[in-house]
Design a protein around this ligand. Structure first.
Ligand code: PHE
Length: 348
C-alpha cells in the first residue's frame, strides 16, 4: 500500500474503500447512506477527485491508476447498492408495520339521526295524497274564531264549539283547534277545482294517554263539480292500503260535524288482527282513524262558492293517531318526550 502511495502520490484505494464501507456501515437510514454514497461516488466525491488526479500522473502510470480507481468505484457501487437494498427493505418493513390496517376492524359509525314518527307519517300522507294530485297548503296556527269556527258553520254559542276545548288568546283569537280552519282560507282565495292537503299543529285543552294539548292533523279538501261521497271513499281506501296494509278496508259511519253534511267517521280494518278482533281494536275489527264528510252548503256559501254548482268533501285525521296505530305506540306522550331510545327505533 505504501508502495501505491509512492506510486501515485495519493491515498491508497484500499483505505478509501475501508473508510467508505466503514462510514456506510454506520448509516442509520437510507438518507444517511445516500450522503456517504455522495461523499465517495458523487460528482464532487472522493472517487471523482481521484480520477481528476489522473492528469497529474505520468502517462505510463495512468492505466494502472485508472484501473485501480475504477475497481474502487465498482466495488463501492456494488457495496452501496447492497446496503441500500438492505436498508430499504428494513425501512419498508418498519413502515408496513407502522401503517398496518386491520381491515376486519368494525368502522366507526357517525351517529345518524332519524325522522320523528310524526314526521314520517306526515311525509307518507303527503306522498300518498300528492300522488292523487293534492297540493299542500299550510295555514296559521294562531287563528281568529271566524276561520276556526264561525265560517265552518259553528257560530258563537253553537254547542259544537264545546266539541273542542279551545285555548283562547283573546275573545276572538285562539290557537286553532283543527286544520279545517285552512279550508276556509283556501276557498276564500281559490275557486274550484280545489284539491288541497293541509298538515299542521292544532291545540286543544285535552290531556291523557291518547290526547295531547298539541297534536298534528292532516286536512284534505276537494271541491269541484260532481264530487260525491264515493270519491271520498275511493281515496280513503287507497290511503288505507298504502298506509296500513294492502288488504286494509275502510268503512264510513254516520257522524256529526257542523261543517260537513252528511258527516262520517271513517274506520280502517284493524291491521293488527286483520279484522278478526283483538285488544287494539277492542274486539270490533275496526279502528276509527278520521272524520270526514261532504262540505256543508253553508260553508261553500260562506266562501262565495255556489253549492248548486259545486260539491266537495273534506277529511281530517290526527297524525299522532295514525302513527300510534301504524307503529303500535300505546301512549301519545312518547311522541313528545324526545327520548332517543324511543325515537331511534323509527329508522329505515
Ligand atoms: N276537523 C275535524 C276534527 O278536528 C275533522 C274533520 C275534518 C271532519 C274535515 C270533517 C271534515 O275533528
Amino acid at each position: 500500500m505504501d508502495q501505491e502511495k509512492e506510486l501515485f502520490g495519493g491515498p491508497d484505494t484500499e483505505s478509501i474503500a475501508e473508510q467508505a464501507l466503514g462510514e456506510a456501515e454506520q448509516a442509520a437510514d437510507s438518507r444517511a447512506l445516500y450522503e456517504v454514497k455522495m461523499k465517495f461516488l458523487g460528482r464532487m466525491g472522493i472517487v471523482i477527485a481521484l480520477m481528476k488526479k489522473m492528469r497529474e500522473i505520468a502517462p505510463e502510470e495512468r492505466p494502472a491508476f485508472g484501473k485501480r480507481v475504477n475497481a474502487l468505484r465498482a466495488r463501492l457501487e456494488q457495496a452501496f447498492d447492497k446496503m441500500e437494498a438492505r436498508i430499504r427493505a428494513r425501512e419498508m418493513a418498519a413502515r408496513l408495520a407502522r401503517e398496518q390496517l386491520d381491515v376486519t376492524m368494525p368502522g366507526r359509525h357517525g351517529r345518524a339521526g332519524a325522522l320523528h314518527p310524526v314526521t314520517r307519517v306526515k311525509n307518507q300522507l303527503i306522498d300518498i295524497f300528492s300522488g292523487m294530485g293534492f297540493e299542500i297548503y299550510e295555514g296559521p296556527e294562531i287563528e281568529s274564531d271566524y276561520y276556526n269556527f264561525t265560517a265552518l258553520n259553528t257560530p258563537d254559542d253553537h254547542p259544537a264549539r264545546d266539541m273542542q276545548d279551545t285555548f283562547y288568546i283573546t275573545d276572538h283569537i285562539l290557537l286553532r283547534t283543527q286544520t279545517s280552519a285552512g279550508q276556509i282560507r283556501v276557498m276564500e282565495q281559490k275557486k274550484p277545482p280545489i284539491k288541497i292537503l293541509s298538515p299542521g299543529r292544532v291545540f286543544r285543552s285535552d290531556d291523557d294517554a291518547t290526547h295531547s294539548p298539541m297534536f298534528h292533523q292532516m286536512e284534505g279538501l276537494v271541491v269541484d263539480r260532481g264530487i260525491t261521497l264515493c270519491d271520498l271513499k275511493g281515496m280513503l281506501d287507497e290511503f288505507a292500503r298504502t298506509m296500513f296494509s294492502a288488504t286494509s278496508k275502510t268503512r264510513l259511519r254516520p257522524s256529526y260535524f257542523p261543517f260537513t253534511e252528511p258527516s262520517v267517521e271513517v274506520d280502517v280494518s284493524c291491521a293488527s288482527c286483520g279484522g278478526k278482533g283483538c285488544s287494539l281494536c277492542k274486539g270490533t275489527g275496526w279502528i276509527e282513524v278520521l272524520g270526514a264528510g261532504m262540505v256543508n252548503r253553508r260553508v261553500l256559501e260562506n266562501c262565495g262558492i255556489d253549492p248548486d254548482v259545486y260539491t266537495g268533501f273534506a277529511f281530517g285525521m290526527g297524525i299522532e293517531r295514525i302513527a300510534m296505530l301504524k307503529y303500535g305506540i300505546n301512549n301519545i306522550k312518547l311522541l313528545t318526550e324526545n327520548d332517543t331510545r324511543f325515537l331511534e327505533q323509527f329508522r329505515d
